[in-house]
Write a protein that binds this ligand. Structure first.
Ligand code: F6P
Length: 319
C-alpha cells in the first residue's frame, strides 16, 4: 500500500495537483484527519509493507450520514477526488460516496487474497505468495529431516489464490482451496502412496476457509480449532505419519513488497491519478494484460473472480 500511496502523491504533484493523505481510512476521513503531503512525505516508503497513513475499519461510513460528513471534510479543504486503496468493503464505500456526493472516487485493488475482479492481480498478493513459499521451503527442511507430514495453513477465507499459487510454486504435495470440495481420503491416500514411493515428507497447503470435506473435517470458523489442525490430526490418525501443523497467519500480510508488487502499486497509483484528473469517478483501476485499465467499481465488486482451474489441474499433475 505504501508504494501505491507514494505513486499517487508523486504523480499528483507531477501534474501540479495538491494532495492530502487521509489517516486511518474512512474513520479518519469522517473526522477530517487529513495531512498535506509533498514529495518528501513519501520518501523511503516504497520498500515498507503496510501503509504509513494507517488503516481502520469504520462502521460509521456505512451510514449515509457518515459519508455526508466525510464529503464535507473533503469539501472544506477544496478536495474533489479521492483514491481508495483496498478491497470490496472499501470499494462499496467509494461507490456510495461517489453516488451520493460530488466527490469523485477511484479505487485501487489491494488485498493479499487477490479476489478482486477486473484486475489480474491486487497489491500485496505477490508479496504474500513469496512469503508463503519461503515458509514452505523452511518447513520442508524439518519435514524431510524428521520424515513428517506438514499441514500449512495460508490465508484466504473465501479465495484460494494464495494457497494455489504458493502450493504450486512451493512444490506442495496437496493443495486444498475453498473453491473446490476437498477429499480427506484422497489427501491421506496421497501421503501414504508418496511414502511408499520413497518420499520422506509431505507438504499439504490448505486455505483457512476450505469447505468441509467429511464428517470429522468440518469448517470451524469461529471455533478455536482451525481446519488445518483437524486435517493434521486426521492425517496422523489415518496414515500413522507424524504430522505437524503450521498456521502462517498475519505474517503473510506484512514485509517488504516484492518488485512485482512495487511495480503494480506504482502503476495503479499513478493510473488512479490520471483517471481522477480526467474527471472519472466510481471506477477501479486494474492491470489487465499488462495495461492499466479502469472498470466500474460496481463491476469490480459484483463480478466473481475465481481461481484458474488450469493451474489447479497442473498443480495436481506436477505434485
Ligand atoms: O481479507 C484479507 C484477509 O487477509 C483474509 O485472507 C484473512 O482471513 C483476513 O484478511 C484476516 O483479517 P483480520 O486481520 O481482520 O483478522
Amino acid at each position: 500500500m505504501n508504494a501505491a500511496v507514494r505513486a499517487v502523491v508523486r504523480k499528483a504533484i507531477h501534474e501540479g495537483v495538491e494532495i492530502y493523505g487521509v489517516k486511518r481510512g474512512y474513520a479518519g476521513l469522517i473526522e477530517g484527519d487529513l495531512i498535506k503531503l509533498d514529495r518528501g512525505s513519501v520518501s523511503d516508503i516504497i520498500s515498507r509493507g503496510g501503509t504509513f497513513l494507517r488503516s481502520a475499519r469504520c462502521e460509521e461510513f456505512r451510514t449515509k450520514e457518515g459519508r455526508k460528513q466525510a464529503a464535507e471534510q473533503l469539501k472544506r479543504k477544496g478536495i474533489k477526488g479521492l483514491v481508495v486503496i483496498g478491497g470490496d468493503g472499501s470499494f462499496m464505500g467509494a461507490k456510495l460516496l461517489s453516488e451520493e456526493t460530488e466527490i469523485n472516487t477511484i479505487g485501487v485493488p489491494g488485498t493479499i487474497d487477490n479476489d478482486i475482479a477486473c484486475t489480474d492481480d491486487s497489491i500485496g498478493y505477490d508479496t504474500a505468495v513469496n512469503t508463503i513459499i519461503d515458509a514452505i521451503g523452511k518447513i520442508r527442511d524439518t519435514a524431510s529431516s524428521h520424515e513428517r507430514a506438514f499441514v500449512i495453513e495460508a490465508m484466504g477465507r473465501k479465495a484460494g489464490f494464495l494457497t494455489l499459487a504458493s502450493g504450486l510454486a512451493g512444490g506442495a504435495e496437496s493443495i486444498l482451496v475453498p473453491e473446490i470440495k476437498s477429499d480427506i481420503d484422497q489427501v491421506c491416500r496421497k501421503v501414504q502412496e508418496d511414502y511408499e514411493l520413497g518420499k520422506i515428507h509431505s507438504i499439504i497447503v490448505v486455505a483457512e476457509g476450505v469447505e468441509a470435506i467429511g464428517a470429522e473435517f468440518k469448517t470451524n470458523r469461529g471455533h478455536c480449532e482451525s481446519n488445518a489442525v483437524i486435517l493434521g490430526r486426521e492425517i496422523n490418525k489415518r496414515t500413522g505419519f507424524e504430522t505437524r501443523v503450521s498456521i502462517l497467519g498475519h505474517m503473510q500480510r506484512g514485509g517488504s513488497p516484492t518488485a512485482r508488487d512495487r511495480l503494480l502499486a506504482s502503476r495503479l497509483g499513478a493510473g488512479a491519478v490520471d483517471y481522477i484528473l480526467a474527471g472519472e469517478t466510481n471506477k477501479m483501476v486494474g492491470l489487465i494484460h499488462d495495461t492499466v485499465e479502469a472498470a466500474s467499481i460496481e463491476e469490480a465488486i459484483e463480478s466473481d473472480k475465481s481461481i484458474n482451474m488450469d493451474i489447479y489441474e497442473l498443480a495436481n499433475i506436477l505434485n
